[in-house]
Structures are given as structure tokens and as C-alpha cells.
Ligand binder design. Sequence first.
Ligand SMILES: Nc1ncnc2c1ncn2[C@@H]1O[C@H](COP(=O)(O)OP(=O)(O)OP(=O)(O)O)[C@@H](O)[C@H]1O
Ligand SMILES: [Mg+2]
Length: 358
Amino acid sequence: MNMTRNIEFKTSVAVDLSGLDVTAKKLQELVAREKPKGQHHMKYTPMDLRAARYRAAGLDPDNFPSLLENINVPPVLVSRMTKGGVGKTSCSVNLAAALGMMGFRVLLIDADPQASATNLAMGTTEGADVEHHIGYFLLKKDSSPDADLEDALIHVYEGGFFDLLPSDITLAEADASMVTAVNSHERAHRFFQRNREFLGNRYDVIIVDTAPGTTPIGLSFTYAGKAAGKIVSIVEPVGDCIRALESLHSNLHELKSVTDADISMEIVINKWHPSLKHVKDNMGVLYTKYGPNLNDTIIPQFSGFARQMDPTNKMSCPLVESDPTSVGARAMIDVAKSMIRSFGISHPGLVMNREEGA
Ligand SMILES: Nc1ncnc2c1ncn2[C@@H]1O[C@H](COP(=O)(O)OP(=O)(O)OP(=O)(O)O)[C@@H](O)[C@H]1O
Ligand SMILES: [Mg+2]
């Protein structure tokens, strides 16, 4: 069943996704590929945008300075919120799709037994054939690399631009076993460290979708956020969500006081609606209390997100893929671009502008 998708998009979308601030003509020059005969309009691929980014930096995409001596875990984005239904999965999967379409090689880890990221990434409601989920790897005591990690992955996009470590309901049992596991909070960090060679060679970024609440697996990935120095918190501008944000904030403080992890939050506001009074009031609260931590882009309430998982639609998939010029998708693409800067997401041999102090 697990079908790998071949991703193509039109010129205007390619120009936007490239992040290069170039004209369509210049982009085609950088891509250096002719329109195939018989094709009416040029269709771009993730590989094209990757090649364009190398050429724009004056490098040959097939022959760039190697960093192989220094393979490290790529930037890890962990999306967290203790409250359910705020859009963690919608954001994780659409960010993964946006970055994959841009030509970054993405690994999405579904760390929620509900497996909604697995379903949304794969465009199914049926679940995936799960060989091993993340719980299996977190419970291992090994310190050597996981030889069975590669076989556990599902290729969502052609070309290695979007891979998935899928989940299913049995992840809940692993979560329960984590309660009694020694040093359970360090397990995700150790998983990344022992597999750094494989992960560093294969991916430019890793995105983790966690379950709501504070489960041992969620906490373990929060701790793993210490490598990036921050986690991504998705909030809805409603009262109980702001209270949940406060509890997550104090979680991070607690983690700092008992471990070596100093982790801040990058907050993404989702399901914003301009005309609701309580939304306006809560936006004020968010700006006052968390101003410096807020992402510039606010993701609006947008009906297209709900249609992503339409069981009657066989072609359901992330919004940025099905409708990349829609209001919701454009907001997701903006957030993805800001994450490139703030998490230092890049290609091997290419150092891109990383924000000061990020
Ligand atoms: N910006 C948005 N506009 C409209 N609907 C949205 C938006 N973001 C998410 N949704 C919808 O809200 C519901 C919950 O979203 P999602 O599953 O992403 O949240 P979650 O935080 O991952 O939930 P859970 O806590 O269960 O894991 C879904 O039906 C989704 O389509
Ligand atoms: Mg979810």
C-alpha cells in the first residue's frame, strides 16, 4: 500500500518555495533543466530547488565541499503542546511537506499513538504498515547505531525528501513502559546521538510530532530539544490553551533546574480568527507575555486544513501539497522559511544565514 509520491509544482510555487528572491527566468537558469518535450508548462521538483540553492551560492550541486568528517544530527524540531487539538499534527506534517518540497531532506517522526501524522503524511485513514515505531527505539538499551532503523522508515516523497517513522496505537504501550525505564527523559536524545551518522548523512532536518499532554515520550523529545535550544509550541489564541502554554513553560523551567537542558519555546499561533472578541483579547495576552518567543507568522483558521483528512477523498494529503497557494498553505510555507533561519536548516556544504543567537 505505502505509496511514495512524486512531487511536482508550477513555476510560481517554485519561485516562492525556493526562498531565493529570484524571477521565474532566473530560477529556471539556476535549475539548469529544459522543459521536457511535450510538457506544456515547466514543472519543478524538490531536487530542482535543491540544485538551484547550490548554484545560487556558486557551488556545483553534484560536487560540493564535503563535510563528511563532521557528520552530526541535523536540526530537530519538536512540536509540543499539552492541550489537544491545537494543530500540532497539522503544523508538523505541513512543515515537513513544505521543507521537503523546497528540497530539504526531511525525516518526520510520529511520536503519538493516535498516528494522525502518519495518516496525514501518507494520505490515508487506514494507518501504515508499521515495522518499528519510535517507542521500540526509545526502549532499546543499545549505545550502538540501530541497524533496523532504515527498514522502519516509509518513503513519503520520491528522492528521500520526506521520510516517515510511522506510529500506531501500540506506541501507547511503549509510552507506558517508558515510565519505569531508567533515564527515560534522555532516551530520545540518545536515540539521535547513537544514530547521528545515519541521520546526518540522510537528512537536513528532523521533525517530531508529539501527543498532547505530558507523556514520557513527549517529555523525552522535549529534553532532546536541548540540541536546538528550543521546541516549537503550537497555541490557539483561546484561554485554556494559554493556560496549557503556561504549564509547558513551567515544565521547561523545571527541566532546566534538574537537568542540563536550557530549552526555550518558539511559539506558533494557529487557528487565528480576526473577528472573534476572545481571540483578540487572547492575542493581547500572548504578545504581552510571550512577545519575543512568537513566530512572525500567524496561521489563520482555514477550512482547507479540515479537508486534508477527508476519508471520502482518496487523494487527501497535506494542504501545502494539494493547494500550495491557499491562504493556509502560504502561512505554513512562511513558518517553514522562518524555521530554516532560526533552526539553521541547510544542505551539506552550504551554510545558510542562521539568525544571531538562535
Ligand atoms: N489553522 C487551522 N484552521 C482550521 N482547522 C485547523 C487548523 N489547524 C488545525 N485544524 C484542524 O483542527 C483539528 C486538530 O488539528 P490537529 O490534529 O493538527 O491538532 P493536534 O494538536 O495534533 O491534535 P492532538 O492533540 O489530538 O494530537 C483537525 O481537524 C485539523 O484539521
Ligand atoms: Mg496530533
